[in-house]
Design a protein around this ligand. Structure first.
Ligand code: ADP
Ligand code: ZN
Length: 532
């Protein structure tokens, strides 16, 4: 078998160079490909951008027959197939976006052995017609992409994935490779159990990106903070700035240009031609900053991106990791910088509440958001939290290359402050039924400010008016933000009014302590120790 493996290895490397034009394999790719080409099953954990596709594309090309790829990302299939065809690979897909005739053509190609790769949506495999189709051709390998979707208690569970166990039963001699970027150990167990792959070899890449420095700062004046960060630490560097909305992308790009930074916007609202031009300038030119929605970056492989900045909170840790992971592919020091504030939490909680999805969707979205918030509010090593999130062991004693390691945040007992915020909300609620208020107004009351709104509602007459003069505005915003993150406060209605949650009572009754992260007195872009 040593000879067989060697020959397989030779063919794999030859295919990598001839078809894909790459010199060498990365990380676990070679080991996975050799194992699968030789007929073994594999479960592959690699971060996004790690190079999972080649792990099944090359076996599909080396082994006789067609590689069948099950992927839930229907929207990407056309692009993936186009990209493969451009390399001379015979690829096709079958999904619900096609009409009958288009599908017939692809099916005929598969049966007559004219395809190297066939992409299928998972729901297809519930259909007997699809299984019969597969038995009429020759399958070289099954690839199950986004394999964590089979995990019932995971964030992205898709019932259609449960039907995939049929592949091993009907085609016991065809190797299967399950791939994911987001598996914890529990999810891995579930993948092997539910897909019926007890003998699969597991390949697990490290998620650590040691050259990326992670920093999350409290948001004050986000664009000014960004500008200071760019000028102080990344003058002339190429980087990506992510914003949530198109409007905010446009405004931020204009602001940077006005302040002497070479920056271009990128979002789906721009004309295709403009988008393509900005993308190619980013790849070609030195030191261009792209301000973008998350649409930007898919398939971008620029090695010298020196920073990724977030002006808005990503919806999940996966998203954050993937986006920040575009920095420093060349292994040189790079920064993942994010400004994060109270409004981010309010906005995202509101978006989840008002979303079209069902309850299960909302629960998943909330769980994703909670994990992201926990990363933002942690007083521990950020890299450690990230690694733990992906089910990997963090370095003991911290990484020494994130803001919390470089300048450990102080904590304080925020129980009394939390009680002040919560009892203000209780008072407001009692006083005027149905009328609810947002964080800004509540902080104004605590600080004893006679704003127009305070006067309008006679809130200067409340017993809680001015009881918070011991803390600054930024500190109060920090308290409210952290209470929201811990779900000791909730959000209601389209204006993001603050409301109590089930847990709030435990704080009001003094049954629970509330340790909080100390806000910096003045908003800074960098942690002092990080200055070089
Ligand atoms: P994933 O599916 O894990 O997110 P991809 O398979 O899309 O990652 O690969 C990410 C990028 O890395 C792609 O642009 C791909 O062409 C590139 N890539 C993958 N393997 C190699 C390699 N061995 N050498 C150079 N580039 C590679
Ligand atoms: Zn650290």
């Amino acid at each position: 078998s040593g000879v067989v493996a060697e020959r397989a290895g030779g063919a794999a490397l030859e295919t990598l160079r001839r078809v894909f034009g790459y010199e060498a394999f990365r990380g676990d790719q070679e080991a996975v490909i050799e194992h699968v080409v030789a007929g073994g099953d594999a479960v592959v954990l690699m971060p996004t951008g790690g190079g999972k596709s080649l792990c099944y594309q090359i076996p599909a090309l080396v082994r006789p027959g067609t590689g069948v790829v099950v992927s839930p990302l229907i929207a990407l299939m056309q692009d993936q197939v186009d990209a493969l065809r451009a390399l001379g690979v015979r690829a096709g897909f079958i999904n619900s976006t096609q009409d009958f005739d288009e599908r017939r053509v692809v099916e005929a190609q598969f049966v007559s052995g004219e395809l190297d790769l066939l992409y299928l949506a998972p729901e297809r495999l519930k259909l007997n017609s699809s299984l019969e189709l597969l038995s009429r051709g020759k399958v070289s390998v099954f690839a199950i992409d986004e394999a964590h979707c089979v995990a019932q208690w995971g964030h992205d569970f898709r019932p259609d994935y449960l039907a995939l166990s049929v592949l091993g039963e009907r085609w016991p001699d065809v190797p299967r490779v399950a791939l994911t970027a987001t598996a914890t150990h529990a999810t891995h167990q579930e993948i092997t159990a539910r897909l019926g792959m007890p003998d699969a070899r597991h390949f697990e890449a490290s998620f650590d990106r040691p050259n990326i420095q992670y920093r999350i700062v409290p948001k004050a004046e986000q664009r000014k903070q960004l500008l200071a960060f760019l000028k102080e630490e990344h003058a002339g560097d190429a980087g990506i700035v992510y914003c949530l909305s198109r409007a905010s992308v446009d405004r931020t790009a204009e602001f940077l240009v006005r302040n002497g930074i070479a920056a271009v916007p990128y979002h789906a609202g721009l004309e295709g031609r403009v988008r393509a031009e900005h993308q190619s300038r980013f790849l070609r030119e030195d030191g261009l900053v792209v301000v973008a929605t998350i649409a930007f970056g898919m398939g971008i492989d620029k090695p010298d991106v020196r920073f990724v900045a977030h002006l808005d909170l990503p919806k999940s840790v996966e998203g954050y990791y993937q986006e920040t992971g575009r920095a420093g592919r060349d292994g040189l020091p790079s920064t993942a910088w994010m400004a994060y504030g109270l409004n981010d939490v309010v906005q995202q909680r509101r978006m989840i509440q008002s979303s079209q999805g069902d309850d299960a969707f909302r629960r998943r979205a909330s769980a994703h958001l909670d994990a992201m918030l926990a990363l933002c509010e942690t007083v521990e090593c950020r890299r450690g939290r990230l690694l733990q999130y992906f089910g990997q062991e963090p370095q003991t004693g911290g990484c020494g290359n994130c803001d919390t390691c470089l300048s450990p945040p102080e904590t304080w007992d925020g129980t009394v402050a939390a009680q002040k915020v919560l009892s203000t909300i209780v008072r407001l609620d009692r006083e005027r039924r149905g009328q609810k208020f947002g964080g800004v107004h509540i902080v104004d009351i605590l600080l004893g400010r006679r704003t127009a709104k305070v006067i309008q509602f006679d809130h200067d007459q409340l017993s809680v008016f001015g009881i918070g003069e011991d803390l600054t505005e930024a500190e109060w915003r920090g308290v409210v933000r952290q209470l929201l993150a811990m779900e000791l406060l909730g959000v209601e209605g389209e204006h993001g009014a603050l409301v109590l949650t089930e847990e709030s009572g435990t704080v009001l009754r003094g049954e629970r302590k509330v340790p909080l992260r100390k806000e910096p007195k003045r908003p800074t872009t960098r942690t002092p120790a990080a200055a070089k």
